[in-house]
Design a protein around this ligand. Structure first.
Ligand code: ADP
Length: 260
């Protein structure tokens, strides 16, 4: 059965390369739009086989397995998880590129949402003995897209945890500040981790850019997280920037204008 699953992975890769070569023959004028559609289609099509594979592997786990089989299964599950994450991220970027992505405005407590994110990621932080602090007013009711803000916080906090060595400290700050007759939501995620090299700074929001490919891949990253974070912020006409020093840590700062 394990060999069967390995073959299924192989078939998936083969199908993808076939699909790519088929889609590659397009008129130059529409190349960009076709490419976007291709990424969206391919990511979408990959979701079903990937979820079938994941379910099959979970079923296999229920049986008694020797240590070798268990190790192989764990490896395959990790790869399937990484592919599922990648296809989801590609789909989201493609949707946003095509202008189909919209903010779903609603009133919600941003402090409660941030607390939910911190609690969700606490096990990941605890595994590295990291302290995660949340510095926000006890309640911060805003009119924005709760799901998108949550995703943005997850992306930034996950990175802060990933790129901070054992025993470090991460702080998440949220506030609403007045500005030019309106109000601005500010989000800050600060860590005292490995930091970012000066020459890498201008590129970290680029798609597939990773400062250290091996380290990023090991932690399940493909270099799309910050590209998605930037897209979310720009959807809300906000800004995202980073202050970082190699070896000392990074601070990501987001500013999003709120509607009157
Ligand atoms: P990845 O999946 O590699 O984490 P991202 O797009 O989220 O992709 O980040 C791009 C790159 O930016 C990372 O590979 C890493 O080099 C750098 N980076 C992002 N956040 C941090 C951080 N908090 N500390 C240090 N480096 C970071």
């Amino acid at each position: 059965v394990l060999v069967g699953l390995a073959l299924a992975f192989f078939a998936l890769a083969l199908w993808l390369s076939h699909y790519m070569s088929r889609k590659a023959i397009v008129p130059v004028a529409h190349a960009y739009q076709r490419q976007r559609e291709f990424v969206a289609d391919a990511s979408h099509e990959l979701r079903t086989p990937l979820s079938v594979l994941t379910t099959s592997m979970e079923a296999l786990e229920l049986e008694d397995r020797d240590p070798f089989e268990r190790k192989v299964l764990d490896g395959m599950k990790a790869e399937a998880r990484a592919m599922t994450k990648l296809t989801g991220e590609l789909l989201q970027l493609a949707r946003s590129d095509s202008g189909d992505d919209r903010l779903a405005f609603a009133r919600f407590d941003a402090t409660a949402a941030a607390l939910g994110v911190v609690e969700k990621l606490r096990p990941m932080a605890q595994a590295k003995s990291l302290v995660v602090e949340l510095d926000t007013p006890s309640e911060l009711v805003i009119d924005w897209d709760r799901e998108k803000m949550t995703q943005l916080l997850v992306l930034l906090l996950e990175n802060a945890i990933k790129y901070t060595p054992e025993g470090g400290r991460v702080v998440v700050r949220l506030a609403v500040v007045p500005e030019k007759g309106g109000r601005v939501l500010t989000i800050e995620v600060q860590d005292n981790g490995i930091g970012i090299a000066a020459e890498a700074l201008p590129r970290i929001f680029d798609r597939f850019y990773r400062q250290d490919k091996a380290r990023s891949r090991q932690s399940g990253g493909h270099g799309l997280g910050l590209a998605i974070a930037k897209q979310i912020v720009e959807l809300g006409r906000g800004t995202i920037r980073v202050n970082s020093e190699e070896g000392a840590g990074s601070t990501f700062q987001v500013r999003i204008p709120l509607q009157a």
